[in-house]
Each structure stands twice: as C-alpha cells, then as structure tokens.
Design a binder for this molecule. Sequence first.
Ligand code: O2Y
Ligand code: MN
Length: 599
Amino acid sequence: MQNTLEKTENKKLLAWVSEIETMCKPNAVYWCDGSKEEYDRLMKQMLDSGMATKLDSQKRPNSYLFRSHPSDVARVEDRTYISTKNKEDAGPTNNWKDPQELKETMKGLYNGCMKGRTMYIIPFSMGPIGSPIAKIGVEITDSPYVVVNMHIMARVGQKVLNVLGKDGDFIPCLHSVGAPLKEGQQDSNWPCAPIEQKYISHFPEEKTIWSYGSGYGGNALLGKKCLALRIASSIAKEEGWMAEHMLILRLTNPQGKKYHIAAAFPSACGKTNLAMLQPTIEGWKCECIGDDISWMKIGQDGRLYAINPEAGFFGVAPGTSYKSNPMAMDTIRENTIFTNCVLTKDNDIWWEGMDNPCEGGIDWKGNPWTPESGTDGAHANARFTTPAKQCPTICSDWENPNGVPIDIFIFGGRRSSVVPLVSQAYSWDHGVFLGATSASEATAAALDVKSKLRRDPFAMLPFCGYNMADYWQHWFEMGDKLGDKAPKVFYVNWFRKSSEGKFMWPGFGDNSRVLKWMCERIENKASSNETPLGYMPLVKDLDLSNLDISESTINELLKVDKEAWKNELPDIEEYFAKFGDKLPARMKAQLKELRNRLG
Ligand code: O2Y
Ligand code: MN
C-alpha cells in the first residue's frame, strides 16, 4: 500500500503505535496523510469490497452510501464510560468503571482484534491547525470507513504531525470495530462486535480514549463526542476554558454590526437548522460557524472567543429538507458520505421527510423497499458526513484560529407547555441555573400519560467527562473570570403547542425575530418585562412584521404560568438532590431566588 507520509519523530506517538500494534496484531500498519488521493483509494477499496455504494455522479458527485449493521446504528450511552480512580469524579450522570478493571477487560478484547485488518493511524487536529484553542489527537483504527469520515470531520495528516513535532503532546484515541478476521475469512460489509462487547471508554485522568466494537458515528469518530466533548470538557475545567455542546452562528444587523451566538439544545430541537438559519426579517444576515461543538477561551481583551473544533457536519438525515434546512441540503450536494439512507432507483439517496416522495429503492438494511412497505426506508439516525466549507452560509471567520467573540448564550428544550418562547437571565448565575435545569419532554406513548421531563443540563448529559456538579461550578467560576464581559444568557422554547396540539411559534427562519430581540437587549435598545423567569419581551418588543400570528397566540407564548412553574420546583429539587453535597451553593441560591420570585 502506498504511503507518502513523512511520518514523525514524536517519541510518545511512535512508542504508542508500537504498543498498539503489538497488542492488536494487524496485518499491516498505515499512516494516514489526509490527501484526496488517500480518500479516493480507500473509497475504491470499500466499493470493491461491497461496503460502499457510489451514488450517481451527476446527481450527487463524489458521494457514497454505506449501510451499517442493524445493531450498530447510534451512540451507545449504556456502553459509554467515564473511568476515573474515584467514582465520584465521574458523578451520578455518567457510567463509571474502575480504570484498572476496565483496561484489563478491554485489553482482553483488543488482544489480536485487528488480525486480518489494516491498522490506520490518523493524526488529526480539532480546530484549525496551529490555533491556540485547537488540540491534537491521534486515532488508531481498523476501519477505513472511520478514516474517510475523519478526513471530512477533522483536519488530518502530515500538517498535524508537523505541529506535533518531536515532543508535542496529543490525545491517544484507540478504536477497533472488534471483528478480527481468520485466515481466508470473508469480511462483512459492516464489521462490529455484539452489544455486550462494545465499550466507549474515556480515561480523563490520562486523557485517553479506548473504543471497541462499534463502527458508527460518535462511537467511532473519536475526535467528535469522545475527544471534543468528554475529554475536552475535563481538560477545559483543568485549564480554565470551556468545551460545550453548542452551535456557533454570526448574526449581522442591517447596520452591519455582528453578534456571535453559541447555543446548546438537546437532540431533536433543531440545532443544525438554527446553525444554518436564514432570517425572515429584513436586512438581517446569519452565517454558520459550527453546528455541534464550541471550544471557548478567554482572549486578551477579557472576552470569550469560540472556535468550532470540527471541519464537517455529521448531521441527522431524516427530516432534513429544502423546507426545514435548505442550507444543509445545498451542503450535501456533493463530496458527502451518507450512512443508512435509502438508495433510490436512480442511484441517489432519500430519507423520510425529504421534499419529494420516493418511488422506492433499497432501504437502509439493504432490502427492496417502497413507501408501501410499512417500514421506514432510512434509519431514524441515518447521517450525512459533509464538509463544513460547502455550506452556502459558512462564515468567512469559521476557521479563524483566534475564534469569534461570543455575545450571547442560548439554552433551550422542547416543551409543549409551561416554558415561554424566550426569557433572559437576570445574571450569569441565573443563566447557569437555566442551563443546568434545561429539559425536554419525552413524548408520552399514550395521550393520557403525563409527559416525563428529561433533564439535559447544558445539553451535556451524555457528553460531560466529569462530575456534572463540578461542571456547574466551573461555569460559575468562568462567569467570575469574565465579569462584565460575560455573554448574556437566554432561554428559548420554540415548541409550545396550543390546546389543539398545534405548534404556536412558526420556528425555522422566524426564530431570527427572537434572536433580534436578544441583540437589541444586549445593546439596551429593547425594553423588557421583569418576570419570575427572567426578563421577557413585551409583544411590542418582538419584530413580528409580515408574520401571520394572532395577538392571543403571541400573548400565550409570552405568558408566565406561575402555578405551573411552582409545580416544576419539586422536580428540579429532586434532580439537584442527585448531586448531594457536590451541588454548588450558588445553584441552591438560584433555586431559592426562583421560588421567591414565584411567590
Ligand atoms: O449517533 C451518533 O453517533 C451521532 S450523535 C450526534 C452526531 C452529530 C451531532 N450530535 C450528535 C449528538 O448526539 O448530539
Ligand atoms: Mn450533538
């Protein structure tokens, strides 16, 4: 196999590669250079083996479809571990295992796990190469699918090794699909291990990741959730910065003033749609900087600067359409990897919720499929992996190594009632309380069952690499450091429903109306109403021009139902009680203040 990489003299890296080669016993070792030639060669290899399907070159140039094993379709939270010496350091929201015990188990699995396969070494940078906020990782994997996805999602190859130099440090990320091949054994199209052998393990004290048994998404592309959130959040606490599950966007007003917004939402709240928002209000412009993760450091001027550590989008496909997100649809027109979508009769891809119906084709399991089949053609977690630079609204500063200064933080959740359209925190501490208590409704299976709330603090529940209560304390302390330069904090709920069960707020591009109010608030240009929940707009403060919405609907969206909020308090208390003595005193103080304001 060709390998043009000059490689490295980095001692730690060479020693680690040699140790892993001895343990995993691959047939060959390959250093990835991140070139187009390498990408094309690996794709050709996967086409020849039947793992990949090339899509029609006219309709979807340079794009491919993969189908995963039906048991390997999403992140496996039950098999994801934060392994610290003391259980308390992982906290009550993470799965914990003792590091020695977990390593023993995993070493047993890793022993000889790459037999019959090539071991790929992927040097990658999360963040623009050489940025003071970026970090270097090296992923060792036996999956060529992971290599091509990492080409899109991170900056990969020799340039990274050059920055690493002889003595530079990196985060070791070990991955195996967990399916060694016997002599002469035919490989499957999606090798992986059974669920009870899957482990997505994080050792924050050693800043190391070990993943075994899954080839899918966040379990296998280790730069993303494992490094850029779980390990990075733990490093960020240690080093005094922030690694957050947040999109980043730039909003420019008609006078040309730029505002930068970072926003955290649990899944299924339209995060990618908001990142690629197209304002419906006259003269306002929105540009995308990132759709999932934000790394933020305090700059020399005392403000908080954010970079998107990723180079691509790993977006959920079903529901993405020209109606819901035209920018995403344009981004994926070429050079894109699709996983678990329908292959149409004309060799393109399709999923539920796309603009046009599909006549039929091959479903995500590889079976003939028509809309009449009675099953979904695409898996609900089908994905596209696509270069961020292809987004038509990508911001000219998206790769600025110094990042962009954040003016506004937004938290949110999906609530059909109780939570109003928007409120502004009274203070940083109040904002931390809003982030910590953010929640979405898990849809009740039966209509008469009260929906259960799923608390997802800062949208970090599956991604915080240490004790969540310590994470909250870190947020309070970052506020102390930022002082009056701290971003202002808002909470939104785009998902209020009427008594007839219809969404009351139009959402999508019209969310720009709410963002406009936020920008005017930080300029002290918009008035507000002091409510128990925070500052809220009066109807006159929202730009509702050319919007068909009734006065009663908007009043309802901005209403504070004190009694309903009083009913929320026990649930918040119960949630906080999980954290015992670790719960920061400042969080308790915020709960007390809310109770007092509700009267
Ligand atoms: O199922 C997966 O592995 C993907 S999860 C994911 C992908 C992109 C952005 N966000 C997420 C998430 O779970 O938050
Ligand atoms: Mn995410």
